[in-house]
Design a protein around this ligand. Structure first.
Ligand code: ADP
Length: 309
């Protein structure tokens, strides 16, 4: 039996202006998974620790993503999966994506890497489809490729890994109220004005240019969402206050992480990230709600091997 233990990272999708197309990978928060090849064909989830999630292969994103990979690989292989969940489901920092991406990455590694990380994205997207009804790639792509990623196109799938300036540090608050991806998708309007589209694609271009030029002011100016955030932010307590204190403490910009309820603030340097975390902590302490705060540099590698057994 061949086994691998991996770190499957949390991710921040959308990054304000890039709904469904931009995302980045975190370093200090993620799940662990142990994936093994077994003699007996079939996919089996043998353990889930830290969360109440389905053990049935077809109901768990990890199982569904591996099924998609094996359907393409064309061989009947035996696989067991153990999931040690640290990212809470429905948090908006890619809980389902970590399991989907981690599962296919580990199986691919155990099979001798028949697929590139880019090719693995489409298998992991099947897990996202199960979790939210929508096969989005903006969390699984950064989990698999690391750093910042762009989904240039969904059809055909075209995933680009972007440059990641080393000074960037994320502060993320996860208020512990559950906002299901499917619910937060339902508040979105499907038609937008040309004026808003122009504003938004200017920001997407600006953010990517800012990353490449390592122009932190440009990154900050571009972290603006005129389409989704005004509609979704009403689902998140103290959203405007959190944004205001983050700006006050020197964050480059802030917004909803994925479909929420987590809020991210992107900062230049660890000191600012810590100051932003303290200020957000103070805002949320007064609400009486439970919350977690994570501070993380951008993980430019993505999924990492903890141990090969
Ligand atoms: P997030 O944005 O934090 O990933 P989602 O709402 O997109 O949250 O996904 C969580 C949903 O996916 C939950 O309904 C959960 O039951 C389902 N799910 C199935 N398998 C897993 C898994 N292995 N890890 C996390 N969520 C899973």
């Amino acid at each position: 039996m061949k086994s691998i233990k991996i770190f499957a990272p949390a991710t921040v999708a959308n990054l304000s202006c890039g709904f469904d197309v931009l995302g980045c990978c975190l370093d200090t928060i993620g799940d662990e998974m142990v994936i093994s090849l077994t003699e007996k064909p079939g996919i089996k989830i043998t353990k889930i620790d830290g969360a109440d999630l389905p053990l049935e292969t077809h109901k768990n994103v990890a199982g569904v993503a591996i099924e998609a990979l094996l359907a393409a690989y064309g061989k009947d292989i035996g696989i067991t999966i153990e999931i040690y969940k640290k990212i809470k489901a429905g948090s908006g920092i890619g809980s389902s994506a970590a399991s989907s991406a981690g599962a296919v990455w580990a199986v691919n590694h155990l099979l001798g890497t028949p697929y590139t990380p880019q090719e693995l994205v489409k298998f992991a997207m099947e897990g996202e489809k199960l979790a939210s009804g929508n096969a989005h790639a903006d969390n699984v792509a950064p989990a698999l490729l690391g750093g910042f990623t762009l989904v240039r196109s969904y059809d055909p799938l075209d995933i680009i890994k972007l440059h990641s300036p080393t000074d960037l540090v994320m502060t993320v608050i996860h208020p512990q109220i559950e906002v299901k991806t499917s619910d937060s998708r339902s508040v979105i309007k499907h038609k937008i004005t040309l004026k808003k589209a122009i504003h938004q694609w200017g920001n997407v271009g600006g953010l990517i240019a800012g990353l490449y030029k390592e122009d932190y002011d440009l990154i900050g100016r571009s972290l603006e969402d005129v389409i989704i955030e005004p509609l979704r932010s009403i689902l998140i307590p103290e959203f405007d206050t959190v944004k205001a204190v983050a700006t006050e403490q020197g964050a480059l910009g802030s917004g909803i992480s994925g479909s929420g309820p987590s809020i991210f603030a992107l900062n230049r340097g660890l000191e600012t990230a810590n100051n932003v975390a303290d200020a957000i902590h103070e805002v949320y302490r007064k609400t009486g709600l439970d919350f977690d705060i994570h501070i993380s540099r951008i993980n430019n590698k993505g999924i990492k091997i903890i141990e090969e057994i």
